[in-house]
Design a binder for this molecule. Structure first.
Ligand code: F6P
Length: 377
């Protein structure tokens, strides 16, 4: 039998998302009720693997006082990084090139040296893959799913997504009035990596006229025709929401920075691409706006605060019940756990035949394809 937990570690990994602090607070409060002390590892695992890089204490005691009043704050008090995967840790060589090194065994050793008994890992698909790897190396670990992209498998929703959609919707509302006044086409690029959840939900909520998703490669001519039809009706402005991972049929994704040692590729630029093509095809004045990291900042919505708190408390509950190697998940209205192995490295994209996509089509929103059946291929 595993020894009792006395010291619990918390780490936040990957891109930050609204709700991280609410989750940290929940873990600390729920663990405190069980008499467990909590310790936060700074900047992903850099607090253990690269402590000299941390400006503050690399592993910090998380007392009830330390998490007082943080539940409504954006960001993460622990810091985060999406370039600190212990299995693919970037290492600068003497010749200036960067290679990847597996430092996971060393990490487990450092974890134990600090007297830490278990880990709550809060992150996205990359973090869940790391958590699974550490579990296989003997660490007691429970994952908590976060990401604005909502692209984690086996959970109905991640926290951060609701806040990102709410802010994107507010931006689209504002863009309607300026686009309308100037009779322009405004293209709004959202984050979301290879999944179109943010674009789809914000586009629907914000009354976009076209929504372009990574899951449905688009034909720019179809979007231009939809805009021309609106013009013919006397509706002289159009809002086009495009996910950063969307791509033209037969074309390629817009990439800002290619993948490198220890880091994934950075997407971006499709908004400007669509703007230029639509200006050419429609002869209208077009503008594009990239919502980018604005979607990650700011306070979490009430929904995200609650789900983050439920996930955090559930992670402690799972550990107390002897579970490990699992991720807490939202299943309908209930919280459950699923094996990390079922989640690790997998992503969930928008099913092109889901009810929200179908509704968009029924409302006459252009999805960039001529025949609705194309959207199902
Ligand atoms: O996964 C969250 C996310 O915000 C993606 O939507 C986006 O592609 C990526 O992170 C951006 O990462 P970075 O912070 O490295 O620019």
């Amino acid at each position: 039998m595993e020894p009792a937990i006395r010291r619990l570690a918390i780490v936040t990994g990957g891109g930050d998302a609204p709700g991280l602090n609410a989750a940290i607070r929940a873990v600390v409060l729920a663990a405190g009720q069980r008499g467990w002390a909590c310790h936060g590892i700074r900047d992903g695992f850099n607090g253990l693997l690269a402590p000299a890089q941390c400006l503050d204490e690399p592993v910090v005691a998380l007392t009830v006082q330390a998490v007082h009043g943080i539940g409504h704050l954006g960001g993460t008090i622990l810091g985060s990084t999406n370039r600190g995967n212990p299995m693919r840790y970037p290492r600068r060589q003497d010749d200036g090139t960067v290679s990847e090194q597996d430092r996971s065994g060393e990490l487990v050793g450092l974890f134990r040296q600090r007297g830490l008994d278990a880990l709550v890992m809060i992150g996205g698909d990359g973090s869940m893959a790391i958590a699974e790897g550490l579990y296989r190396q003997g660490l007691r670990v429970v994952g908590v799913p976060k990401t604005i992209d909502n692209d984690l498998d086996r959970t109905q929703q991640t926290f951060g997504f609701d806040s990102a959609v709410a802010f994107a919707t507010e931006c689209i509302d504002r863009l309607h009035t300026t686009a309308d006044s100037q009779h322009r086409v405004v293209v709004v690029e959202t984050m979301g990596r290879y999944a179109g959840w943010i674009a789809l939900h914000a586009g629907m909520a914000g009354g976009a006229h076209a929504i372009l998703l990574p899951e449905i490669p688009f034909d720019i001519g179809v979007v231009a025709d939809a805009i021309a039809r609106r013009d013919a009706h006397g509706w002289r402005h159009s809002i086009v929401v495009v996910a950063e991972g969307a791509l033209p049929a037969g074309g390629r994704r817009e990439v800002l920075e290619a993948a490198g040692a220890g880091r994934a590729e950075r997407l971006g630029g499709i908004g400007a691409w669509v703007e230029a093509r639509l200006a050419e095809a429609t002869g209208k004045e077009c503008r594009s706006v990239v919502l980018g990291h604005l979607l990650r900042g700011g306070p979490p919505s009430a929904f995200d605060r609650i789900i983050a708190a439920r996930f955090g408390a559930a992670a402690v509950r799972a550990l107390a019940a002897g579970e490990s190697g699992v991720m807490v998940t939202l299943a309908g209205q209930a919280i459950a756990t699923v094996p990390l192995a079922d989640v690790a490295g997998r992503t969930r994209r928008v099913p092109v035949d889901c009810d929200t996509v179908r509704t968009a089509r029924e409302l006459g929103i252009c999805l960039g394809v001529r025949d609705p059946a194309d959207a199902r291929r």
